[in-house]
Design a protein around this ligand. Structure first.
Ligand SMILES: C[S@@+](CC[C@H](N)C(=O)[O-])C[C@H]1O[C@@H](n2cnc3c(N)ncnc32)[C@H](O)[C@@H]1O
Ligand code: SF4
Length: 436
């Protein structure tokens, strides 16, 4: 196991590399038809991401793009615009549908039925996953998710400690989490992910481990343990958070959660993610097929991503478009026949090559310079100085290096983001969240 001092020594801030280059390096704006042009370039299956921006309240730590609303009509108006956006994009061959947010289960059962009908009417059979906030999910919503053919639910738990939950303005109970997971499984939605967080106000290593133990009883297939990203310069509401654990406490939580999950039989996939050994993510990693996109780690290698809804990101062959995060502006643009583009970027061949190297590090946890060269990637030329930058990580047991091979060690997976950053000559450490 890495020591606390090692984690602290390498603590820095950096991108999560769900794209390369990372979103902050994209260009503002883009052409009025940027999304349609991007999607025109797609042939074959895609991953479709639908961003449902609504929540009933705002959790104080939240880093997602969301709006607070209790008005059902807002959901209807959003779905009207989503329908227009889908029609504009034309037929899509969707292999994987993911509903994220915000809180997709903010929609009521009839609205969920409408959403699934509008997408799945065209694409029966796509693997379907949905993010679920356990508090708002009643049996009627669970039934609607099952009717919609959902295979995987991703349950936002964060913490089950009453003190933490109170400090972050969230409503949550162990009972509601168990009810949702058991209810989903009873309806045939058998794959379960759980999101937890460390570094939250009033959180301690003991309460984090207690939450983990409560969750492990339910044996989710995957767990994500995210370090709280404190970015008040982007998310002003985070300024109200007080009593945050210090850096040393955060690192201790990350280490303790990692050890607890390994002892419980989970595989560490890399950046924040753990899976049971027979889960598709762990199998894809063993088979060298794991990929990373805006939807995080995915066993669906190389699928173009089409994102619809405010703030949604699309990525096709190294070209990226992010839609505006502002719900009203998004709605007006869609109805005016304009793609609501907030940022866009077309990668150069150099960006694509560096992106592939970083993908190999984050997904395969290894890099072989000869294999890379055979695939047209000259790592020395593309990422000059990478091996030198890795020396300190090697000295601390995070990576093993030979002149031609890099292997992230089992314990080193906790710092895989640092390893990836060594291959990004353009990374500057500021403006991103903390790596630990
Ligand atoms: C897009 S959110 C949607 C989750 C859902 N609305 C819920 O709250 O259950 C997905 C996950 O992002 C994580 N998250 C949100 N804000 C975060 C932050 N500031 N830092 C790190 N992770 C965060 C949480 O673990 C959350 O479950
Ligand atoms: S964490 Fe989930 S429920 Fe809370 S504000 Fe963010 S998106 Fe909404």
């Amino acid at each position: 196991m890495l020591s606390l001092e090692t984690l602290l020594r390498h603590r820095t801030s950096g991108p999560r590399y769900t794209s390369y280059p990372p979103v902050p390096r994209w260009d503002p704006g883009g052409p009025n038809d940027a999304l349609r042009s991007l999607v025109l370039g797609v042939s074959g299956p895609v991953a479709l991401y639908v961003h449902v921006p609504f929540c009933r309240r705002q959790c104080a730590y939240c880093g997602c793009n969301m709006v607070v609303s209790r008005r059902r009509e807002a959901g209807d108006r959003y779905l009207d615009a989503l329908q227009v956006q889908l029609d504009t994009l034309g037929p899509l061959q969707v292999a994987w549908l993911h509903l994220g947010g915000g809180t997709p289960t903010w929609l009521d059962p009839a609205q969920l039925d409408r959403l699934f009908a509008m997408i799945k009417g065209r694409i029966p059979g796509a693997e379907t996953s949905v993010e679920v906030d356990p508090e708002g999910v009643d049996t009627a919503r669970l039934d609607a998710l099952a009717r919609g053919g959902v295979d995987r639910i991703s349950v936002g738990v964060q913490s089950l400690d009453p003190g933490v939950i109170e400090a972050v303005d969230r409503a949550q109970s162990p009972r509601s989490v168990a009810r949702v997971i058991e209810g989903a499984r009873a309806r045939g939605m058998e794959q379960v992910n759980v999101d937890l967080m460390y570094g939250l106000p009033r959180q301690t290593t003991e309460t984090l481990i207690h939450t983990l133990d409560q969750v492990l009883v339910l044996r989710p297939d995957r767990l994500a343990v995210f370090g709280y990203a404190h970015v008040p310069w982007m998310k002003a509401h985070q300024q109200r958070l007080a009593e945050l654990p210090d850096t040393r406490q955060r690192a201790d939580m990350a280490l303790a959660a990692h050890g607890r999950l390994l002892r419980a039989g989970y595989v560490s996939i890399g950046l924040d993610h753990y899976a049971l050994p027979d889960d598709a993510l762990a199998r894809a990693q063993r088979g060298g097929r794991l990929d990373r996109s805006f939807m995080g780690y995915t066993p669906h290698a190389r699928l173009p991503v089409v994102g619809i809804g405010p703030s949604a990101i699309s990525a096709v062959s190294g070209a990226f478009v992010q839609q505006t995060t502002h719900l009203g502006r998004w709605w007006r643009a869609v109805h005016a026949g304009i793609d609501p583009v907030a940022r866009s970027f077309t990668s150069t061949a150099l960006d694509r090559a560096r992106g592939e190297i970083i993908r190999r590090v984050l997904c395969d946890l290894r890099l072989d310079l000869d294999e890379a060269r055979a695939d047209g990637l000259d790592v020395d030329a593309l990422c000059p100085g990478a091996w030198q930058r890795l020396e300190a990580l090697q000295a601390d047991g995070v990576v093993q290096l030979t002149p031609t091979r890099l292997q992230v060690t089992d314990d080193g997976r906790l710092l895989v983001r640092n390893v990836a950053m060594a291959f990004d000559p353009l990374v500057e450490g500021s403006g991103y969240s903390s790596t630990v």
